[in-house]
Ligand binder design. Structure first.
Ligand code: 4NP
Length: 180
């Protein structure tokens, strides 16, 4: 997006670039994991923070959801919230939602955390990618589920989410440009 030949970021194939906006100058991102209490909420909060830093928060909307509905209405997992708080983010506004199959037709891009999520939303498509397709250090992998592990897993998720959100915000800044 914004780089028709992809040459400005060597090594990126077209699948690693965000789809074109449905509405020029605006963008809507949906981030999806299994429970919407750990990974996608962390990505949601960090990406919103990066977009605000870039002055894009009035033109880019971020939502998150889980493919499963067990935690709908719940706040973030306390370990995810603690990891975000310790890094200076505000986890308090999150409430879990469930993914809706209409989202790839509504949002500009649906970014999933792992291969199971990808299968659950029907696989890759024009509007469905892996979140870490945009990881500038190690693109194409999964954000591993930290739910059943220790605190280290949440730190690892935060590092992946921060560097990937930096790259997504930079790509959107480039694509959306200055406000009209
Ligand atoms: P998340 O983690 O998909 O990153 O939010 C999980 C949260 C809850 C469950 C599994 C994964 N669960 O089985 O309840």
């Amino acid at each position: 997006m914004g780089r028709p030949d992809g040459a400005a970021r060597p090594g990126l194939t077209p699948v690693h670039r965000l789809p074109e906006p449905r509405t020029p100058g605006r963008y809507r991102v949906a981030v999806v994991c299994l429970g919407n209490i750990c990974r996608s909420p962390m990505a949601h909060v960090v990406l919103e923070s990066r977009l605000a830093d870039a002055g894009l928060d009035d033109r880019v909307e971020v939502v998150s959801a889980g493919t499963g509905g067990w935690h709908v209405g719940d706040p973030m997992d306390r370990r995810a919230a603690a990891t975000l708080s310790a890094a200076g983010y505000d986890p308090s506004r999150h409430r879990a939602r469930q993914y809706d199959a209409a989202w790839p037709d509504a949002y500009d891009v649906v970014l999933v955390m792992d291969e199971t999520n990808l299968a659950d939303v029907g696989g890759r498509s024009e509007r469905v990618q892996m979140f870490r397709d945009h990881d500038p250090e190690d693109p194409g992998g999964e954000v591993p589920d930290p739910y059943y592990g220790g605190d280290d897993g949440f730190e690892e998720v935060l590092a992946m989410v921060e560097r990937t959100s930096d790259a997504i915000a930079a790509e959107l800044a480039d694509a959306l440009g200055d406000p009209a």
